[in-house]
Unconditional design. Structure first.
Length: 211
């Protein structure tokens, strides 16, 4: 299956995408991760992307699309993949379709804005491996320490309430129109985020027809 996860920052789409990827044995493709990897490896696309980032500008669509095109052509994507963080705009969605990529399902995880602001204040990120936790919904075994590598957990500046509100505003303005686009394509399914992570996971699996 070729799947896209949509959802506002803090809606939990990364966690659910990882669960589905594990169940279907397909990779999750995060544009942020492949962008950082390309910059680190100093590939031609990475160098081009870095020039925009260094100027404080957004990386243009054509550069991001080139990155995605290169990544989904790799062997581990032949049985499908999950896109997390792409497309962000209708223009990117149209470009993806233009590449001949037929998406099977678009899962939109809906959580009210006020719930997201509350949730994200409890989010913690490992300073070592980058694993994510939550003080309520996905607590580490030892408070303040990563289960995987034992390093300290930190609160990102992105998770501060005022920053979260700004990010939600940007999301609702630019990314939310994708819902209409994929609704017209008849591949959008909306899952309401539940209080418990496992309850939302169950709904996601049901929406995708995964046993």
């Amino acid at each position: 299956m070729k799947i896209i996860f949509l959802g506002a920052p803090g809606a939990g789409k990364g966690t659910h995408a990882a669960n589905v990827a594990k169940a279907l044995e397909i990779p999750t493709i995060s544009t942020g991760e492949i962008l950082r990897a390309a910059i680190k490896a100093e590939t031609p696309i990475g160098i081009k992307a870095k020039s925009f980032i260094d100027q404080g500008a957004l990386v243009p669509d054509e550069v991001v699309i080139d990155l995605v095109k290169t990544r989904i052509a790799e062997d581990d994507c032949k049985n499908g993949f999950i896109l997390d963080g792409f497309p962000r705009t209708v223009a990117q969605a149209q470009a993806l379709k233009g590449l001949g990529v037929a998406i099977d399902k678009v899962v939109n995880i809906y959580v009210p804005d006020e719930t997201i602001v509350t949730r994200m204040s409890g989010r913690r990120v490992c300073s070592g491996c980058g694993a994510t936790y939550h003080t309520i919904y996905n607590a580490p075994k030892a408070e303040g320490k990563c289960d995987s590598c034992g390093k300290d957990l930190i609160i990102r500046a992105d998770d501060m309430p005022e920053t979260v509100k700004n990010r939600l505003e940007v999301y609702n303005r630019s990314t939310a129109p994708l819902k209409d686009y994929y609704e017209n394509e008849k591949i959008l399914v909306t899952v309401e985020g539940q209080e418990k992570l496992e309850d939302t996971s169950k709904l996601v699996f049901e929406a995708l027809g995964i046993k």
